[in-house]
Design a binder for this molecule. Structure first.
Ligand SMILES: Cc1ncc(COP(=O)(O)O)c(C=O)c1O
Length: 373
């Protein structure tokens, strides 16, 4: 490290990536290599017992009655909406503070997203749930890795006879009031995108729920197929690739250990940064799985902080800069003041279970340095 003229330290060697996936592979190398070799040797690339086994282990972990593996989290959402009968002109209550897939899946089945704002936990604000005559579903998101107040959402849904879908792309392993995500609403959709806490080495996802609904999801993910030659509905090619199924299945053995390590890293950030930036709050009902560690910076400082950290060799990210209701594809004039304010100020810090202690210390020190004067 050297000091530059303005008393900021400039690091010449340190490179801290925003995500670092290779150490996960190294930790499980022999198991992953042999699982991949086995698939290749048996030329067992899609469907069959490999997928059945994968679906069983995901059901067991989440406590769900059944699970359908899917080719991606996005396709999980689309197949779930279709299985629940959501289609043209139906309205779906959702949030704008999310990855584009949430909104995109609603629009892709022909339905209309109705956006509502978020609360201090970055989750759907259940005080803003509002009924309209065409409302058929609520699609909420466990953004960054914790859930909204699910009981309040279920209560509203029951009152108005709505179906409930959970976008749990970011919350595998999280809990709500002591129950694992995957078993609380009509259908829960997971993503195993490589950067997720439980990540494949390509695209992959799953839907969990009751056997009756999951059978429908299975039909949609496989061209609408009922039996080998019977197609009862128009579906998709949205099946998981078996190589991804065995990779995710192998990593699943480590997920609780990895989550525990990640949670302590995130709590350490909160302890050390709380007086400098606004750190994420864990909701009283939730076990947060911290897919992302996102802080709110003092207004007008985010972009300069990001640039400063970049100069220090620290890679950061923004989730998300433009909320989906403000993007060109989905713009409908809705105003969500909390979402829009937050999107101007948030920054995501490197956070993974293999983040080295001296790297985290350096990140904290750099942020404190930036806000020192
Ligand atoms: C909130 C949210 N929903 C949906 C998705 C879509 O998942 P996938 O990338 O597996 O299609 C993602 C992830 O990327 C996500 O973060």
């Amino acid at each position: 490290m050297i000091l530059n003229g303005s008393n900021n330290f400039m690091n010449q060697n340190m490179k801290i990536p925003f995500v670092d996936l290779y150490p996960q592979y190294e930790e499980l190398k022999s198991d992953i290599d042999s699982a991949i070799a086995d698939i290749i040797t048996r030329s067992d690339f899609i469907t069959g017992p490999t997928v059945d086994k994968f679906e069983r282990v995901i059901s067991e972990y989440t406590g769900a009655e059944d699970c359908a593996s899917i080719g991606s989290g996005t396709n999980a959402l689309i197949c779930a909406l279709k299985a629940l009968g959501i289609g043209p002109d139906d309205e779906v209550l959702t949030v704008g503070h999310t990855f584009v897939s949430t909104t995109e899946s609603i629009v892709n089945v022909g339905a209309i997203p109705r956006f509502i704002d978020i609360n201090e936990f970055y989750q759907m604000d259940t005080d803003q749930l509002v009924y309209s005559s065409r409302l058929k579903a609520i699609l909420f998101v466990d953004l960054y890795g914790q859930t909204p107040d699910i009981d309040k959402i279920l209560e509203f849904a029951k009152q108005w006879n709505l179906v409930v879908i959970e976008d749990a792309a970011q919350s595998f392993g999280a809990e709500y009031k002591g129950k694992k995500v995957g078993n609380m609403v009509d259908l829960t959709c997971f993503s195993f995108n490589p950067v997720k806490n439980l990540g494949a080495m390509g695209d992959a996802g799953a839907v969990t729920g009751s056997k009756k609904l999951i059978d429908k999801v299975r039909m949609y993910r496989d061209h609408g197929r009922k039996t080998k030659f019977e197609y009862d509905t128009v579906g998709y090619n949205a099946r998981i690739d078996n190589l991804q199924a065995v990779i995710v299945g192998t990593k699943l053995k480590k997920i609780d250990e990895w989550l525990d390590k990640k949670i302590s890293i995130c709590r350490k950030y909160t302890e050390q940064l709380n007086d400098v930036v606004k750190c994420p709050k864990e909701a009283p009902w939730s076990k947060h799985s911290y897919h992302l560690y996102v802080v709110e910076t003092p207004h007008g400082t985010r972009d300069d902080l990001q640039e400063f950290l970049k100069q220090q060799g620290i890679q950061t990210n923004i989730h998300y800069k433009i909320p989906t209701h403000r993007t060109k594809a989905f713009y409908d004039g809705t105003k969500l003041p909390v979402t829009e304010r937050i999107c101007e100020n948030i920054i995501s810090l490197p956070c993974y279970h293999t983040l080295m202690e001296h790297h985290q210390d350096f990140i904290v020190k750099s942020i404190k340095e930036f806000y020192a004067d």
